[in-house]
Design a protein around this ligand. Sequence first.
Ligand code: SF4
Length: 178
Amino acid sequence: MSDHLCARCARHQKTCCQTREIYATPGDVQRIVDFTGRTDFYAYRVPANPEYLDQDDDPAWRDNVFRSDKSRRTLNHQSNGDCTFLGPAGCVLPLDVRPLVCRIYPFDYTEEGIADELADGCPTHLMMPGETLLGCLDMTQLAAESWRRQIYAEIRDEPSHSERDPERCPTSPSFERY
Ligand code: SF4
């Protein structure tokens, strides 16, 4: 049996756990705090790619995820770029603790539903003949749809716009909710 596509990816190139900015919902933060006891794993950042701020096709995301200074809560990286939850054998968080954004990838989505096309970041050239991307990743659209609904419920738990004023919620892991 061939190994997981993420393991193959990690042998050949930088992975999404090393290169991506990962937004964490309030629910993600609470689950990770409960599991790890850590509170030092996130901060508020403006997207490195300004195109990410163009969310007009997904008003719920645009209006709930970003603070007034365009920053949003993202996972910290180590000095080498690795996510702080990336271990030698992959993510150290169990699936039900992992941020929803990580769980859903490479499905693309808005509040309206899951897009027909998968995101194009996975190294499909490392797949064996006859393999499908979702098969290689042990993923199903049913699970992704459930996580998509959960993520849109959880972004509505973000503090209100006034409470999200960066002066009141500075770029720091000590966000008062937690
Ligand atoms: S939380 Fe886990 S899956 Fe998500 S970026 Fe970090 S190491 Fe990767």
